[in-house]
Design a protein around this ligand. Structure first.
Ligand SMILES: Nc1ncnc2c1ncn2[C@@H]1O[C@H](COP(=O)(O)OP(=O)(O)OP(=O)(O)O)[C@@H](O)[C@H]1O
Length: 680
């Protein structure tokens, strides 16, 4: 490594922009170091490099740069893949190695851009950990606000709680009961103003939280307190819509139980996105509700909390009145949020074991009748541990289910067991399709179009496309909006029968290339009719919204389908051409309340075709048949969490397509560890 770089700031900044051109760091990361260099002439190269790296790591979801780890294992923080290396360009790794002897901490402490958190310095050094100031403050505030809640308890009479829990869980009287942990989660959630309920797919997170709400409202009514004002929220429109669908039924089911009068009626059925709950203002990080104008609720429940990033969690906790309860639901083993942080994962680090102390074990026993085994008890359990419950029984996947077995093996990091389950022909809900490295696409597109020939419930895209083309079900142009809405809702529902997932965006196995291949295959099979003059809009095109659009009331993650529909459905319709039939292209989106929002294609700014979707974007959604196609070369994006998230998107059948089996094993063995100090 040339000494010039080490002592020459200009040379270093040039190198950083070269790394950015090579795709090793973001332009933003180099620009951040460049800006700090201009503001602080005293900054040496170590400092500027550390600034670029902390920004780069934030882009990867990490909250901090651990200087000790940087010096001991630079590759674990920033690694250039062998295929990406450039002959004439020094890699970050070699550069960091050349600076090994420097005292990074000392240099950083001398730098005016680095503070201890209370000032306005853009960076904060906390021990040997360097943060962007925003993330350091978020960590501090989140920790303080959660600590303040977990150290409080609500003292309900144990006999009242027990009677209500027995009413809510009528058949659960043995320790082996499948609903045991659900009942325990309710007992913990009633006692603590902060509760986390984690569990895999179908373990009853929604069922449990509705019973927890019923329990709390009943206890309040019984003790003469006013009912809680409750808000239900989820991080994306899709997740909110999914919870909306299941919640009404679950609340309805409470009417069969002998709860105190009025308890059921005080449980809300409407789920909002967190952005809407907080009153997001377009294009800013500011919300209507914040620390000085609290949310008008006594309790907030957040579903799919694994998708909540650190910025949103900090904003939510700021806006939550100090007395208000917070319940987080989610699957701790799924991929973390797209943006930085892994708050749910951090909160649930000890959830597998429990660490319940004697006091809480006694509360559990007296209110649920269940005696906790020693494995789940620990006198050194922290306050947070007493507020976290893990649901351990899946009501969706029994022991005969290949998907359940596969998800379990992936989660346990047992790659050989996962491969064994995939290859085991006895699981009808699981298939492995081997792709040829030379010509992988024919088999792949055949599956995407037609589904699996050997399994009638493993459908493909033709399922919803054929439904669109079925003339006998298509409404007449004169039919009312309700009839057209019902038709579109049926097609949107049919669309959830299948989804192809891929880990990557770019390259031959990325979303873009796969979408193109599948589009061609669908055209060949006459399932879509794309012509030059319709450009990329044609009937049947499914689109994914990639950014919130408050004007159109569309949220990141929403999926719509392009359909020919009467033009009067859209009030903005102006110069759109209408074909001979009087119909024109509209994109139909579910409006979250059982109706359809018909949108002009030209009004959609941030969308992409979604025959294939990245695993990251699929979080919060489920599909009857989910297929995952693995790339044929190593990529840092392939991790255990990614495979687990993909497998658990499947409701009834899962298909794995790969050309190189080794990659699945490699991915299962790699975990994502997002660096943060939250509840470490
Ligand atoms: N205690 C129970 N007894 C019987 N059935 C249950 C129980 N708990 C949950 N179920 C059923 O299991 C299924 C999944 O439950 P639920 O939707 O609450 O789980 P979830 O963890 O929220 O699921 P998801 O993975 O979709 O988020 C539902 O059909 C529900 O009715």
């Amino acid at each position: 490594m040339s000494v010039a770089y080490i002592n020459d700031r200009q040379a270093l900044l040039t190198l950083l922009f070269q790394w950015s051109s090579a795709g090793w760091i973001r332009d933003l990361d180099a620009a951040f170091a460049d800006q700090l260099a201009q503001l602080t002439p005293e900054a040496d190269t170590t400092c500027l490099l550390a600034a670029a790296l902390v920004s780069h790591l934030a882009g990867q979801g990490h909250l901090l740069l651990d200087l000790q780890q940087l010096q001991a294992h630079p590759r674990s923080l920033i690694a250039v893949q062998p295929q990406e290396a450039k002959n004439d360009l020094a890699t970050p790794e070699s550069f960091i190695a050349a600076l090994a002897a420097h005292d990074w901490e000392k240099e950083l402490r001398r730098w005016t851009a680095v503070g201890e958190g209370d000032g306005n310095e853009p960076l904060v050094l906390d021990g040997s950990r360097l943060y962007l100031r925003r993330y350091w403050r978020h960590e501090q505030r989140i920790t303080a606000k959660i600590e303040a809640r977990v150290t409080q308890t609500t003292e309900w009479a144990a006999e009242d709680t027990r009677a209500l829990l027995d009413c809510l869980f009528p058949r659960d009287d043995t320790n082996a009961s499948e609903a045991r942990w659900q009942k325990i989660a309710c007992a913990l959630g009633a006692r603590s103003p902060f509760a986390v309920i984690t569990g895999g797919p179908g373990t009853g997170k929604t069922t449990t939280v509705i019973r927890l709400l019923a329990l709390l409202q009943s206890l309040n009514i019984k003790t003469g307190n006013p009912a809680l004002r409750i808000a239900l929220a989820a991080p994306t429109g899709k997740a909110a819509a999914r919870l909306n669908e299941s919640i009404a039924k679950q609340v309805e089911a409470l009417s069969e139980l002998a709860l105190p009068e009025g308890a059921q009626a005080t449980i809300p059925k409407e789920v909002k996105t967190l952005h809407r709950l907080l009153g997001a203002r377009p294009d800013t990080r500011h919300y209507h509700y914040h620390a000085r104008r609290s949310l008008p609720f006594d309790m907030v429940v957040v579903d799919e909390a694994s998708m909540v990033d650190i910025d949103m969690m900090a904003a939510l906790l700021d806006a939550l009145p100090p007395h208000a309860r917070l319940v987080l639901l989610g699957d701790k083993d799924q991929l973390a949020s797209v943006e930085a942080g892994a708050v749910l994962g951090n909160l649930c680090q000890r959830a597998d074991v429990g660490y319940y102390n004697d006091e809480i074990a006694h509360w559990i026993e007296t209110t649920t009748g269940f005696v906790l085994e020693n494995d789940y008890r620990d006198t050194r359990g922290r306050a947070l541990d007493q507020s976290v419950a893990k649901l351990r029984h899946s009501f969706r996947f029994d022991s005969q289910s290949g998907i359940g077995q596969l998800a379990h093996a992936v989660n346990a990091g047992d790659a050989s067991q996962a491969l064994k389950v995939i290859k085991d022909q006895t699981y009808t809900d699981l298939t492995h399709i081997k792709l040829s490295t030379k010509a992988p696409y024919p088999k792949l597109t055949a599956l995407a179009v037609a589904g699996r020939k050997d399994n009638a419930s493993a459908l493909g895209l033709s399922h919803y496309l054929q439904r669109i083309h079925r003339q006998e079900t298509r409404p007449a142009i004169s039919a009312g909006k309700a009839r057209w809405d019902a038709w579109a809702a049926d097609i949107l529902d049919a669309h959830t029968a299948f989804q192809l997932l891929t880990p990557l965006r770019q390259g031959p196995w990325g979303v873009e290339a796969l979408n193109e291949r599948i589009e061609q295959a669908l055209m060949r099979d006459n399932l879509i009719h794309k012509t030059e003059d319709t450009s990329h809009w044609y009937e049947g095109r499914p689109v994914l919204v990639t950014g919130n659009d408050y004007g159109l009331k569309l949220m990141n993650g929403d999926i719509g389908i392009t359909l020919n529909a009467p033009r009067q459905f859209d009030t903005q319709a102006t110069s759109e051409t209408t074909d001979d039939s009087g119909l024109t292209l509209r994109v139909a989106f579910p409006d979250g309340q059982g109706g359809i929002r018909w949108v002009l294609p030209s009004r959609l700014q941030r969308i992409e075709t979604v025959y294939a979707m990245t695993v990251h974007k699929s979080q919060g959604s489920e599909f009857a048949h989910t297929a995952l196609v693995m790339p044929d070369t190593l990529s840092p994006i392939l991790t255990r969490e990614l495979i687990y998230t993909a497998v658990t998107r499947a409701k009834s059948t899962f298909t794995l397509l790969d050309a190189n089996e080794g990659l699945l094993a490699h991915a299962i063995e790699r975990r994502i560890q997002r660096h943060s100090r939250l509840f470490a």
